[in-house]
Design a protein around this ligand. Structure first.
Ligand code: PHE
Length: 447
């Protein structure tokens, strides 16, 4: 992308699709629903929504602003802007830690992308038809316990990502996202309808929106904030890179609102689709990372037309995972290309293989290395926890603090197109509410 630094999105719509293509992925469906289930439901959901609005939105706007002002890749944009404003070029660390986060996240993301690919095939060959709750749990457990199967699908997913990024055909995928998003929403709505028919929709609704505040603790709040960053692809420099292609006429605030509403709606719909199935079948909401893989096949396996719908769903999920995974590999490849002057294909293959290797370690933590833990976490959980709960919020904090405290008021005014009062409101949020929120959640979560 760096080479195109002065190219621009053809329209605001293309930009929204690209940003949403990165944002909407496994995070909305797989990760959101399992975290809600693990963390006691509504209390988590409400804190998550607050984090999206009060921290996610300003950080998203800040990242786009840095990209659009800097017109370069995240690291160089930060260096240039810092110099222009008389600040230390050490701010580039924010960009660098974002690239590190992208690298680490992709390793375990690809493992789950592999599960989704596997379930796409499973839907085609009718593996799930007529299965009961025990049957789907056994299928899932069988996959987790079998390193070869996991390795195969993780490799297949990573190969797809490497192939697409190496050939630089990501633009074509962005236009495919145009039909993918509505299709995904329609399928989720069908599943929500199935949940209503199951008679357990009310329970799911209460689980997701009627908080039992006693479930809330520092750990849950930190998980909710981490999820807000993860799902919006924040704290990785990805949105900064996207911002560098953004035309001056695009309104950052309204565009951020559109992307956030879409992303959040998909996550909430996924929850409303999944929890009725959990309650109708006496499954455990706290099932963990396997939650969608033991609930959705149950629905597809037992509804009319379920084979086709299941196939479509897992295909779309895989596609959404792919567009996000591509956006994760891009910054890593770009940095390698620039720092080592490797050609794009070599840079992609080298970084792809490194990510793949780390992913292998992550998938082994479901079976042969299950007992190997560091600070009580297996490798998969360690990668997930370290990135979403520490790296992403810290990088995002760096971005918002930089924009709020280092950029000149004129720059902010020009970027946001707000009235004087509007800029003052923005300043309060960007200077105090968002950063203090991040720090407070950290303190609460880590003690
Ligand atoms: N936001 C993506 C999702 O929710 C994951 C992702 C994270 C993509 C970070 C890019 C960067 O699935």
């Amino acid at each position: 992308m760096a080479k195109l630094a002065h190219a621009q999105w053809s329209s605001r719509m293309t930009f929204v699709l690209a940003a949403a293509g990165s944002a909407v992925g496994l995070g909305n469906i797989w990760r959101f629903s399992y975290l809600v289930g693990d963390s006691g439901g509504a209390a988590f959901v409400l804190v998550y929504l607050a984090c999206v609005a009060l921290v996610g939105m300003p950080v998203l706007v800040a990242e786009w602003m840095i990209g659009r002002r800097g017109q370069k890749n995240p690291i160089n944009s930060m260096v240039d802007l810092a110099r222009q404003h008389g600040k230390s070029p050490a701010w580039a660390l924010v960009g660098a830690s974002g690239v590190l986060a992208a690298f680490l996240i992709l390793s375990f993301y690809s493992v789950i992308g592999g599960w989704s690919l596997n379930y796409t095939l499973g839907s085609v060959i009718g593996t799930f038809s007529g299965q009961d709750a025990d049957g789907v749990s056994e299928l899932f457990g069988g996959m987790l316990g079998d390193p070869t199967t996991l390795l195969l699908w993780h490799s297949a997913f990573m190969l797809l990502v490497i192939g697409i990024v190496a050939r630089g055909v990501t633009k074509g995928l962005e236009s495919a996202a145009r039909s993918m998003m509505p299709a995904l929403i329609i399928l989720l709505l069908i599943l929500v309808g199935y949940g209503v028919a199951s008679g357990h929709f009310g329970e799911a609704l209460a689980f997701m929106f009627q908080p039992d505040w006693s479930a809330l603790n520092g750990g849950v709040v930190l998980a909710a904030m981490g999820q807000a960053f993860f799902t919006l692809s924040l704290g990785m420099g990805i949105m900064m890179a996207y911002g560098s292609y953004l035309g001056e006429d695009v309104n950052l605030l309204s565009t951020a609102r559109t992307v956030i509403i879409l992303d959040t709606a998909i996550a909430l719909l996924a929850g409303l689709a999944i929890f009725p199935i959990v309650f109708a079948n006496g499954l455990s909401a706290g099932e963990g990372p396997g939650l969608i893989f033991v609930t959705l096949p149950l629905a597809f396996g037992n509804m009319t037309g379920g084979t086709l719908l299941g196939l479509m769903f897992f295909l779309l999920l895989t596609f959404a995972a792919l567009t996000s995974a591509i956006s994760l590999l891009e910054p890593v490849v770009e940095m390698m290309e620039e720092r080592t002057s490797m050609p794009r294909v070599t840079a992609t293959v080298v970084s792809g293989i490194t990510v793949w290797l780390l992913g292998v370690a992550a998938l082994l933590s479901f079976n042969v290395w299950a007992d190997f833990t560091i600070v009580g976490l297996n490798i998969f959980d360690l990668l997930d926890t370290f990135t979403s709960k520490i790296l992403l919020p810290l990088t995002g904090l760096g971005a918002i603090v930089f924009v709020a405290w280092c950029l000149k008021r004129e720059s902010v005014e020009a970027e946001l197109g707000l009235s004087a009062t509007g800029v003052s409101v923005w300043n309060v949020i960007a200077r105090f509410v968002a950063p203090i929120g991040v720090v407070a959640v950290f303190v609460a979560g880590l003690i």
